[in-house]
Write a protein that binds this ligand. Structure first.
Ligand code: PLP
Length: 411
């Protein structure tokens, strides 16, 4: 009889968003007149920009004619998109990334989740806490996490990021050296960032100890402050120790269209058990060619259009809209007496629940008193307890109204 990968059975049911939905529905049933403003979702709300729409319309037409039809494309992505990424996301910012180091995909969730395929099951994995849950859950599936007790996995190293350390993960002490370190900046869920100097500490650590950094910069386009790196490759030596994941989802509203990419530099190597040097670029290419048939031609044409002058202007306008909302949340909630973090270079604000309340207590209070729904921080990891996330992806009007209600309630 066949058997299963029992690591999957270790995963608890994804409780966070279903419990959020359950509580909102229960509240709406009890208060049908209440106009609940949802600020929990991490999905964009603005439509795609005209440049991407136009490019995708044209790509659809290409598929309708035998001269311009595209069937299976290169598994790594079309050269037109890989070259545009290498030029605009890297070269123009002073970094040398070759198109052959860029692997276009259907998004950063798949890539961050799949990358573990080419890593040994013995690796010790470190994540910041709170964390985007995909990193942890996919390592559970791969058998790297151990057992779950009190919300934490026994073999995963948690690097707390809280107000106490300014949301900067500290280098592990002593001989607790992780092999693989997931860093996500600008961060989901806290909305905070690292400066170049703070990120350099991690690059130096990885180089010294032979660790691999998996750097998720899905929110790169929200960066507005000078001292915040747009890419880990701005830091010297990162090409030898880091993989970078990017997404068009939040940059250009591609959450439904699907397109992202992963950078695996050629200098990034590991040793196999016989001491032979192995290229991660080569392994990832092999993995992708075997398991992935490329992102759709239409999505890739849409993604390439956001690098045109009008595309860049249009996506910046959309990101600016969300950042305006984030600024309104930051300022308004601070004026309401709350402790607020993030929201300057990210679409998330991270709030300390007042008066020692738990994340869920504050969720219930905000829903009851202000009819505003967010996401309890405890759902993102043990160190998220006592915090709460609001997103800037709602409309400007709803954001203003939510802030008005929260200020009126006062905390
Ligand atoms: N990485 C982080 C940190 C995210 O927050 C998200 C989406 O919310 C993703 C990756 C997923 O991006 P994509 O839509 O490209 O799969």
């Amino acid at each position: 009889m066949f058997t299963i990968n029992e690591n999957f059975c270790k995963l608890p049911e994804s409780y966070l968003f279903s419990e959020v939905a359950r509580r909102i529905n229960a509240f709406k049933q009890a208060h049908p007149e209440a106009d609940v403003i949802r600020m929990g979702i991490g999905d964009v709300t603005l439509p795609l920009c005209p440049a991407a729409i136009e490019a995708m319309h044209k790509a659809v037409d290409d598929e309708g004619s035998s001269e311009t039809f595209h069937g299976y494309g290169p598994e790594q992505g079309y050269p037109f998109l890989r070259e545009a990424i290498a030029l605009h996301d890297y070269k123009e910012r002073g970094m040398e990334i070759d198109p052959s180091e860029i692997f276009v995909s259907d998004g950063a969730k798949s890539d961050t989740g799949n990358f573990g395929d080419i890593l040994s099951a013995d690796n010790i994995v470190a994540v910041t806490d709170p964390v985007y849950p995909v990193y942890v859950d996919t390592n559970v599936m791969a058998g790297r996490a151990g057992t779950l007790a009190d919300g934490a996995w026994s073999k995963i190293q948690y690097l707390p990021v809280t107000a106490a350390n300014g949301f900067v993960p500290e280098i592990p002490a002593g001989d607790h050296i992780p092999d693989v370190i997931y860093l996500c900046y600008p961060n989901n869920p806290t909305g905070t960032t690292l400066t170049r100097a703070q990120l350099k500490v991690w690059v130096d650590f990885a180089l010294k100890n032979g660790s691999l950094i998996l750097f998720d910069s899905a929110y790169e386009s929200f960066i507005r402050e000078e001292d915040v790196p747009h890419s880990i490759y701005e830091i010297e030596g990162a090409r030898k120790c880091a993989v970078e994941f990017r997404s068009f989802s939040k940059t250009a509203g591609f959450t439904g269209v699907r397109c992202g990419y992963t950078v695996v530099p050629k200098e990034l190597t590991a040793r196999d058990s016989e001491g032979k040097e192995v290229s991660l670029n080569h392994l990832w290419n092999r993995r992708q060619c075997t398991k992935f048939n490329g992102a759709s031609y239409i999505s890739q044409r849409g993604a390439a259009a956001i690098f045109t002058p009008e595309g860049r202007r249009q996506v910046k306008e959309a990101v600016d809209y969300y950042l305006t909302n984030a600024g309104i949340l930051r300022q308004g909630l601070t004026e309401a007496g709350l402790e607020v973090y993030g929201g300057v270079n990210a679409p998330y604000v991270w709030i300390k629940a007042p008066g020692g309340m738990s994340s869920w207590e504050f969720f219930d209070l905000l829903l009851e008193k202000c009819n505003v729904a967010g996401t309890p921080g405890s759902g993102f990891g043990p160190a998220g307890e006592g915090y709460f996330r609001l997103t800037a992806f709602n409309t400007l009007d709803n954001t203003l109204e939510a802030v008005r209600r929260i200020k009126e309630a006062g905390f």
